[in-house]
Ligand binder design. Sequence first.
Ligand code: PRP
Length: 182
Amino acid sequence: MNDSIERILFTEEEIKEATAKVASEISRDYKDAEGTTVLLCILKGSLVFCSDLMRKLDFPTELEFMKVSSYGSGTISSGQLNITLDISRKDLSDINIIIVEDIIDTGITLSRIHDMLVKRGAKSVKTVALLNNPARRGTPYEPDYSGLFMPNEFVVGYGLDYNEKFRDLPYIGVLKPEIYKR
Ligand code: PRP
């Protein structure tokens, strides 16, 4: 295990099972959907989850990316949302969008992106988060699909970072407090 990790919260196997569970729920709901279904991967943290999820869905999807920033360099949310990379297509009227997130904390990011895509005229917009941290919720927003509910701890790995590090860990672990408090 990485020296900076206090303990593993979710193993590779648990992540795989949770991904299969949400993939099966999404596949059930979208198998007869009309139009094009696009997975919208919110960079950077969702890259790993999105990559695994798309290969578990049993219907065809297309892929788009958006990069937003609601956090500074530390662990506290600033509450701001800045779009630094936008979706590449303009006409969304025939597009079912599934926003793919690694984690929902306050809910600010998902709820704002959801509302923005609805305003832009998407055919439908749903959201999936691998990790759901309900204790941090500052808005009444809940994703349509949640993989794993987690305790209110600072976690890294499987795409999630602290100051850009630890995204490459194959598991999700609790960071040792001395790493982010020093
Ligand atoms: C994380 C995560 C979500 C957001 C969730 O992204 O990937 O996008 O925070 O927080 P919220 O529910 O409080 O809005 P982050 O800004 O850390 O960027 P990154 O994915 O590039 O690491």
